[in-house]
Design a protein around this ligand. Sequence first.
Ligand code: AP5
Length: 212
Amino acid sequence: MVNGESIILFGPPGAGKGTQSGLISTITGKPQVSTGDMLREAVSDNSEVGGEAKSYMDKGLLVPDKIIMELIKIRLSKDDAKNGLLFDGFPRTIPQAMALEKLTSVSMVVSLVVQDDEIVSRIAGRRTDPETGEIYHVEYKPAPQDIRSRLLQRDDDTEDTVRNRLSTFHKQTAPLSDFYRDKGILIEVDGSGDIEQVSSSIEAIIKRNSLG
Ligand code: AP5
């Protein structure tokens, strides 16, 4: 069991979890852990886990809990996890949340609330810098002109896959809101404003909850 308390950044695909996680990590000192990033790394390494995960990710389905919990256990065993982690995009099912309870305690779940239509336009315009990992948007957060040619679009950011990811979110992941609300640790943030507005709301919430 990890001693420090962890934080969860929760929300639908494209809500802005990756965009806001750096800020929370800086304020709280908790390293960010994105299961999506871990899986994409496994895919690009051509590992066995990556090969299995890709078939789910390409369809907009969740990767099986067993694979995810193996990755999380390994991550939590590292030295920098002892004061807790900032989970981005994890847990995504009730069994994952219950398994996490046995590994670390969670002090706060920051839930970004964004409507589906807004999500589709955010994801369609998302571009990532493979060199720095920085996330851009063609309209809402344009990249500097000199690096635009190297930006990549994620394989699962097609319109069909996004619709599937949203449907998966509503069926399998959204019920976690009630799971954490019942524990009294869910804090909802309006994620529909621009990036700076959402950052200010998150910063205020974290400071109010004395974690910063
Ligand atoms: P993952 O990589 O976690 O994807 P996701 O949850 O679908 O989330 P995204 O990365 O798409 O969005 P985000 O909320 O980080 O938004 P971002 O900040 O980039 O998972 C991918 C796949 O892996 C899953 O489909 C599943 O198959 C698998 N997987 C991962 N974890 C799993 C788990 N625990 N269990 C099982 N399977 C798992 O922002 C999006 C865009 O919007 C960007 O272009 C950004 O610039 C822009 N933007 C951000 N905020 C704003 C704003 N306020 N206003 C305007 N634009 C904004």
